[in-house]
Design a protein around this ligand. Structure first.
Ligand SMILES: Cc1cc2nc3c(=O)[nH]c(=O)nc-3n(C[C@H](O)[C@H](O)[C@H](O)COP(=O)(O)O)c2cc1C
Length: 452
């Protein structure tokens, strides 16, 4: 029997996220991103649809590559203004019971010691429903905001990240023994100090001599997500990731990346099937195919070329304001994310993209495919995509929020459930238990090697 299809919702603590221009649509509510009712309502909608998780993207800088300044990003609300994603989680956890939260935090600009405590805090408060999307950033503007001239080179960022992971594993897994906390009123001992161990790390990038500040949380290490598909990114994912996100416009591009990630896990001594892989997609649903097509046509009226290209310029590090709309996109190698550029150039040499085509495509849901139709047609398309690519599920971007997610909960989920391709109910336990059927990371995952 085919496995259940995993669904994550893809959002960000900002306006519009990956559908630039569509915040102007009268039914889009994402400009309420700075108010809790928007997020509480979204979390409840996702749990109604039994989504595995809400994946919150984040960037610390602004999209100032287009035109060499942040003006277009500010005009079109291209991921600016952007608030901190971690702050949203406790409130959403309070109104849900099962929904997981994959929060993006860049490790490039925050030392591991305070970061590990913030994650542990959220793991406690969510009762083990927190995940971390490990990113190193792709915007030079973030580096400048943190007092550096530019970001660290592409592959070097992953070397730094490897060391960062070693430090946080030591804090999460190695500092406190499982039975360190006694909470014993009779003896007056809260924590047995002999069971709390100092972490001593003296590496190339990080120095630390301290105990972890949080007591053991339900998952210890949060569920680990990662999204790099470059050769160096794959090595990192193979070693650390439990879930991998990828984005690409066609199954032809995604399938080899899936195979390469699973192979990278094998090379790291793990089982390739042990990594749950999500690819980005957007679905536009109606009760009938015709209704969905009409909805899609309506959404498309709000696509804005400059807004789309501002987003794409940030992802690729290429200033698309200097291009003619009918010019062909050519490959450029730089220190931004590599996969975004490859998606519209060398990943599929048979598909040539003009700048205009990129702008149109990215306008709804970013660079992933858009599946349009009634529930049966979209479910067919998703089943076929999964069959062709080997992914385990989808990271669903929205055209309008929360409309796109409510449509999935109300129309697509019942159809997938009827087909036996979607869980009837959530599994009990933490996010890791729900996703992988185990409480802790097990050897040969490196986190397991730091336990006392
Ligand atoms: C689906 C998806 C979501 C991502 N979300 C973020 C994010 O929220 N913040 C971030 O800094 N990078 C994000 N990235 C970028 C990745 O962390 C990484 O930098 C990018 O995929 C390029 O990696 P590569 O050059 O190894 O392929 C995302 C990438 C993908 C594919």
């Amino acid at each position: 029997m085919a496995a259940d299809i995993r669904l994550n919702a893809f959002a960000m603590n900002c306006v519009g996220h990956q559908s630039p221009g569509l915040w102007r649509h009268p039914r889009d509510r994402s400009s309420d991103y700075n108010r809790l009712p928007y997020w509480l309502d979204l979390a409840k909608t996702l749990e109604r649809g039994r989504f595995d998780g809400l994946f919150l993207a984040d960037v610390l800088g602004v999209y100032d590559v287009y035109g060499g300044n942040p003006d277009a990003a500010l005009r079109h609300a291209i991921q600016v203004p952007v608030n901190d994603p971690m702050m949203l989680v406790s409130a959403m956890a309070a109104v849900t019971e099962h929904l997981g939260f994959g929060v993006t935090c860049t490790l490039s600009y925050e030392p591991p010691y305070p970061f590990a405590r913030r994650m542990s805090t959220l793991d406690h408060l969510t009762e083990g429903r927190i995940g971390w999307n490990i990113v190193t950033g792709y915007l030079d503007s973030a580096a400048r905001g943190m007092g550096k001239e530019r970001q660290t080179g592409h592959d070097d960022r992953y070397d730094v990240a490897d060391e960062y992971m070693e430090v946080v594993y030591k804090l999460w897994e190695g500092s406190w023994e499982d039975d360190a906390v006694k909470r014993d009123r009779a003896s007056g001992i809260f924590t047995d100090p002999t069971k709390v161990h100092r972490v001593s790390h003296h590496g190339e990038n990080y120095q630390l001599d301290a105990i972890h500040l949080s007591e053991p949380s339900p998952q210890r290490t949060p569920v680990l997500y990662q999204a790099g598909t470059s050769p160096r990114g794959r090595v990192f994912a193979g070693r650390h990731a439990e879930c991998v996100f990828m984005s690409g416009p066609s199954a032809k591009i995604i399938a080899p990346r899936v195979a390469a990630i699973r192979q990278a896990a094998v090379e790291a001594g793990r089982d390739g099937r042990d990594i749950v892989i999500f690819s980005i997609a957007t679905v536009v649903l109606g009760e009938t195919d015709a209704e969905a097509e009409a909805k899609f046509a309506d959404y498309r009226r709000y696509i804005d070329h400059e807004a789309s290209l501002t987003l794409m310029s940030g992802w690729t590090g290429v200033d698309f304001s200097t291009y003619d709309l009918d010019q062909q996109v050519r490959h450029v190698l730089n220190d931004a994310g590599r996969s975004a550029m490859d998606n519209v150039t060398r990943a599929d040499p048979d598909r040539v993209w003009t700048v205009r085509e990129v702008a149109e495509h990215v306008g709804i849901g970013g660079i992933g495919p858009v599946f349009v139709g009634g529930p049966a047609k979209v479910a067919d398309a998703i089943e076929s995509w999964i069959e062709q690519t080997g992914v385990d599920g989808l990271n669903l971007a929205f055209a309008l929020s929360p409309e796109s997610f409510a449509d999935v909960a109300d129309m697509l989920v019942p159809e997938l459930t009827r087909r036996g391709r979607y869980k009837q109910a959530y599994q009990p336990g933490t996010l890791r238990e729900k996703m992988f059927g185990r409480a802790r990371l097990a050897a040969p995952h490196p986190a397991a090697s730091y336990r006392p």
